[in-house]
Design a protein around this ligand. Structure first.
Ligand SMILES: [Zn+2]
Ligand SMILES: [Zn+2]
Ligand SMILES: [Zn+2]
Length: 173
């Protein structure tokens, strides 16, 4: 429990929890997430916390400073230069402007591909959509065509494995 109280109902805020994509939030202690009904119960106040940017073991190709990993409010990931900043008054970027968007991530899944029996992976696109695909699938850049097994299944929010319920949380303020 923290000392802060909920602006909606005045109850203390609960412990800080982390979503599957690494975002941190604090719920009102009078509210809870029900995974069965996929709804908030009780007070629905959620406070999103700023995720500390993670310093990477990589150097900026432009200026040689360390790169940091940042997650945007929509769950997209990017690498940016630690020498870059944002001038709030002038509303413009300062310092080094190197940014590299991370185009989707893959995580190994427990299941087996129904087409070929190889492992499955969960692929999250840069826009946050998720699909299950075969681990043997690939992309031939030169031929510009898919290689390996073609099994793909787009997942609806209710079908996403290990979903912490993030898709259903109220929007950040
Ligand atoms: Zn509350
Ligand atoms: Zn830089
Ligand atoms: Zn397959």
């Amino acid at each position: 429990m923290s000392d802060e109280s909920c602006p909606k109902c005045g109850s203390p805020l609960g412990d800080i929890t982390e979503t599957s994509t690494g975002k941190k939030l604090q719920r009102c202690s009078q509210g809870s997430w029900n995974p069965q009904t996929k709804k908030n119960e009780g007070c629905e106040y959620v406070k999103w916390l700023q995720v500390e940017p993670q310093t990477l073991d990589e150097k900026c190709p432009k200026c040689g400073s360390a790169l940091i990993m940042q997650v945007t409010r929509f769950g997209k990931k990017m690498k940016k230069c630690s020498a870059g900043g944002w001038d709030k008054e002038a509303k413009k970027a300062t310092g080094c402007d190197f940014v590299e968007w991370i185009n989707g991530t893959t995580e190994a899944l427990d299941g087996k591909c129904p087409d070929c029996g190889e492992g499955l992976v969960l692929y999250t696109t840069a826009a946050g959509k998720k699909m299950e695909k075969c681990s043997t699938a690939g992309w031939d850049r030169e031929a510009r065509k898919a290689t390996g097994c073609a099994y793909i299944k787009w997942l609806k929010p209710g079908e996403i494995p290990n979903n912490a319920g993030e898709e259903f949380l109220p929007p950040e303020e």
